[in-house]
Ligand binder design. Structure first.
Ligand SMILES: [Zn+2]
Ligand SMILES: [Zn+2]
Ligand SMILES: [Zn+2]
Ligand SMILES: [Zn+2]
Ligand SMILES: [Zn+2]
Length: 201
């Protein structure tokens, strides 16, 4: 007798759970299956009816992030906590202080502006520029090489400004007015003072 034919002939598919059941057991199985089991609407697993709710809660129900209290699909919780959650703890790249991710940008903005002495060239270097600086620092102290190289882009900028874009000339004008105003104010104060103290003959 052939085993394959034998097994084909002796199994039937249960209408309730879609599994192959030995023909001899199918009636008993179906009675038990349809009374006690139900198909999970989310994952399709057959779960005991009395544990269906538990199964849903433990396997499929949305979960709450313990850090930021946001509710989300269970599958993404680990990724959320590790890479996305605004309250996950990260460290400042400059001082390595641990802090919530949401505060990082603001902290690093301030932290990276702190300066530290470069012992090679004896200049104070912003922490945010330290990495680049250390790679090109040639150990020459102060202005000589450092500034002539650093100044060049600034000069180019000034050259461009000589053509006087409207914003620049407007600011210049306001500045001139302000200076003139202060001068007039000081002048009049001075004049008053000399009037008061001066001619008491
Ligand atoms: Zn079944
Ligand atoms: Zn399920
Ligand atoms: Zn979170
Ligand atoms: Zn820091
Ligand atoms: Zn240096």
């Amino acid at each position: 007798m052939d085993m394959a034919i034998a097994s084909d002939e002796t199994t039937r598919i249960c209408d309730h759970c879609d599994r192959a059941i030995p023909s001899s057991n199918i009636d008993l199985h179906y009675a038990h299956c349809s009374r006690n089991l139900e198909k999970c609407k989310v994952c399709g697993d057959m779960v005991p009816k009395k544990h269906a709710e538990e199964h849903f809660l433990n396997t499929h129900a949305p979960v709450t992030c313990s850090l930021c209290s946001e509710t989300m699909e269970r599958e993404i919780l680990a990724t959320h906590k590790g890479e996305i959650c605004p309250q996950r703890i990260v460290t400042c790249q400059f001082c390595e202080f641990p802090l919530p991710a949401i505060d990082l940008a603001e902290h690093q903005e301030v932290c990276g502006n702190r300066t530290e002495l470069c012992h090679l060239c004896n200049r104070y270097i912003r922490l945010r520029e330290r990495y680049n600086h250390e790679r090109r620092c040639n150990g020459v102290p102060e202005d000589t090489v450092g500034s002539s190289r650093d100044v060049r882009p600034a000069e180019r900028e000034q050259g461009a400004q000589r053509r006087q874009p409207p914003e620049y000339s407007r600011r210049r004008l306001l500045f001139t007015i302000a200076v003139a105003g202060v001068a007039v104010l000081l002048g009049s104060l001075f004049f008053q003072k000399t009037m008061e103290t001066g001619p008491v003959i």
